[in-house]
Design a protein around this ligand. Structure first.
Ligand code: NAD
Length: 264
């Protein structure tokens, strides 16, 4: 790996990185030189596949397994992260005791909460637990480890700022995440840590496969972007890489629409 890459020497943790947008973010940050913790909930095989892809391309990564949205989730993530970091660091001859961290990407999320008329408390609680509460406590665990000049990127959704009545609790949980971004940006400025939100529109991942089930449905989604296509995970990952880099040091507390001009 070139020593002049933008993220050389940085340590990153990307949640929900076994597939979809998270995987693309992990691959891109590793490409830029970061050592990446590839977090997953249950899909260990897919996480190991992501790690293998990164290593094949000359990057460095390790898997971090822990389910989110359950009691003790954030502590479990960092226990697994520290263990992976120690192992990876000892292989590379580095001292990584103390679990240094530079970049936290809160990407993992669940959707499909449905309209308010069909809502049930358990689904509402699940949306909040995975999409808002888990990032909040992950940040709490991350901050003592994060080096000055660090980066937090929260993956929200266009749904928090455009009316999205088909999935209200999901949209609300992303609204909570946006507020977390704003509060943290103010709190952490003194440490040179930036905190930003990226908000994808429709991206081709498992999350919205149902919405692309027919060619007509696909075309309808594509038509909502000014570019006439559905987003790809790399469209989002490239923007996260920018926010994670030193080039974005003067950008904080922002909600960045990464939707290809959806519903402009
Ligand atoms: P995805 O379903 O492919 O990926 C979600 C990831 O989160 C998966 O790796 C999944 O395992 C992980 N995850 C979900 N619940 C978890 C839990 N309880 N514990 C641990 N891991 C868990 O979907 P994606 O499109 O890649 O979504 C990534 C992020 O992008 C999400 O936060 C989503 O809300 C957001 N987003 C996606 C779209 C889209 O169109 N795909 C649009 C806007 C926002």
């Amino acid at each position: 790996m070139d020593s002049h890459r933008a993220l050389t020497g940085k340590v990153a943790l990307v949640t929900g990185a076994a597939r979809g947008i998270g995987r693309a973010i992990a691959v891109r940050l590793a490409h830029d030189g970061a050592l990446v913790g590839v977090h997953y909930g249950h899909s260990e095989a897919a996480a190991l596949d992501t790690v293998a892809e990164i290593r094949k391309n000359g990057g460095r990564a390790f898997p971090v397994g822990a389910e989110l949205g359950v009691p003790g989730d954030a502590a479990a993530v960092f226990e697994a992260f520290d263990a992976g970091l120690r192992e990876e660091g000892s292989e590379a001859g580095e001292v990584t005791e103390g679990g240094a961290l530079d970049i936290l990407v809160n990407n993992a999320g669940v959707s499909g909460s449905g309209p308010v008329g069909r809502a049930v408390p358990e689904v509402f609680d699940r949306m909040m637990a995975v999409n808002a509460k888990a990032p909040y406590f992950l940040v709490q665990q991350a901050l003592p480890r994060m080096r000055d000049g660090g980066r937090i990127v929260n993956v929200s959704s266009l749904a928090s700022r455009h009316a999205f009545p088909e999935s209200v609790a999901y949209a609300m949980s992303k609204g909570a995440l946006d507020t977390l971004t704003l509060c943290l940006a103010k709190e952490l400025g003194g440490r040179g840590i930036t905190v930003n939100t990226v908000a994808p529109g429709f991206v081709e991942t498992d999350m919205n496969a149902r919405r692309r089930a027919t060619p007509e449905a696909r075309d309808a989604l594509a038509a909502r972007s000014v570019f006439g296509r559905i987003g790809m995970p790399s469209d989002v990952a490239d923007v996260v890489a920018f926010l994670a880099s030193d080039d974005a040091r003067w950008v904080t507390g922002q909600y960045l629409d990464v939707s290809g001009g959806t519903d402009l």
